[in-house]
Design a protein around this ligand. Structure first.
Ligand code: ZN
Length: 391
């Protein structure tokens, strides 16, 4: 029998760890899973253990020399010079013990989610350990070693002949996934992110639309710093709906970085839990409208791992399983008590953020206006194509 949704998780995923004080910390996964357990939203039936991706699967996207370098790095046999060639051993992406094994498990988790959905065993599936969208063919970048989403997309193309829509709402541009499929008309990438003018990785300009056969199948919506919920959601929802209507995917893969929140220390957007409630809702709607429900979700960035990420990521699961009525209740005290002592900041007690979380942004109207112009540019090609289609 098909289950509504599968939650791919194992504590072993926490082994993807650069160092104690590195901003990318997969303790977020345990915080989220534990929150869902405390509200009774996951049970033993809904949790599926991730498999480990094989070298052959990782090589669907990555060079084998790079895979060998990652292995050597994790086993302490990689020289500094060679590491540098592969983007390893940098401040962002340091070498750590058994890094290949840890990264291969995150990739395997996304492949586990893909197989469950594509084989009809689950309607939707969520692997919050994935979403490492900055990984390139032969290079680690921005906390990402292997690009699980790019691998999963290539895997879906080959094994299931699927046309995939990739939707990335991380505050950073989804560069690694976009450029893997830049000339491919069977994969459409949509990224809504803070403009790269002042933020890593610097790409994701509205004029990046794909190349050759793939022209028109990369959509970028770079929004302004300090963008708030209403403008973020307007850009995201319109871009998603129009891109899906144009591309007609067989399946959608959403990357759910939770680093666009006002509290996030690495970015400059100003969205709140209100937007994190709506982001998966729109994805869910599109999955049922165009893909017979086929929807795989992965995690991504998110550097306020105590206050923001557990709530935002739990909301994806509640949306996938139609349990959003649980958001009416306060956060369980038992969860707050369990984790409070480890947190440098007081944990929230509600699913939503306080009204007065940040001071009024005087440039609000100007930012909103700028963002809608960007959206028009981002969708210009798609709207034109749609207009010219014979009806
Ligand atoms: Zn990010």
């Amino acid at each position: 029998m098909m289950q509504e949704a599968a939650f791919v998780y194992s504590e072993k995923q926490l082994a993807y760890k650069f160092s104690e004080d590195h901003p990318f910390n997969h303790l977020r996964l345990a915080l989220t899973y534990d929150l869902l357990r405390h509200i009774g939203a996951v049970n033993d039936k809904s949790v599926i253990k991730p498999r480990v991706a094989s070298d052959e699967e990782i090589a669907l996207v990555h060079d084998s020399s790079y895979i060998e370098a990652v292995k050597a790095g994790g086993h302490g046999t990689l020289s500094r010079g060679i590491a540098n060639n592969y983007g390893l051993g940098t401040e962002d992406t340091p070498v750590f013990k058994n890094m290949h094994e840890a990264a291969a498990l995150l990739v395997g988790g996304t492949l586990t989610a893909v197989d469950l959905v594509m084989e009809g065993k689950a309607g939707h599936a969520l692997n919050l350990g994935g979403g490492l969208h900055h990984g390139f063919r032969g290079k680690a970048s921005g906390f990402c070693i292997y690009n699980d989403s790019a691998i999963a997309i290539e895997y879906m193309k080959r094994h299931y002949g699927a046309r995939v829509l990739y939707v990335d709402t991380d505050a950073h541009h989804g560069d690694g996934v976009q450029f893997t499929f830049y000339d491919d008309p069977d994969v459409c990438t949509l990224s809504v992110h803070e403009t790269g003018r002042y933020l890593f990785p610097g790409t994701g300009d509205v004029y990046e639309k794909g190349s050759g056969e793939g022209f028109g199948f990369a959509v970028n919506v770079p929004i302004d710093a300090f963008t708030e919920d209403a403008s973020f959601l307007e850009n995201y929802e319109k871009a998603l709906e129009e891109t899906a209507a144009f591309f007609k995917p067989d399946v959608i893969l959403t990357q759910n970085g939770a680093d666009a929140h006002y509290y996030d220390p690495l970015t400059h957007l100003s969205i709140t839990m209100e937007a994190y409630r709506e982001i998966p809702r729109a994805a869910h709607r599109v999955a049922h409208k165009y893909c017979g429900g086929k929807w795989i979700g992965v995690g991504g960035g998110g550097y306020d791992m105590w206050r923001v990420v557990p709530r935002a990521w739990a909301m994806i699961w509640l949306e996938m399983t139609n349990q959003t009525e649980l958001l009416q209740k306060p956060l369980p005290k038992s969860w707050v008590n369990m984790w409070e002592s480890g947190s440098p900041v007081p944990l929230p007690h509600t699913w939503s953020d306080p009204e007065n979380m940040y001071p009024y942004i005087p440039r609000r109207a100007e930012i909103t206006e700028k963002n809608s112009k960007v959206l028009d540019k981002a969708l210009y090609h798609i709207r034109n194509e749609q207009k010219n289609k014979p009806s």
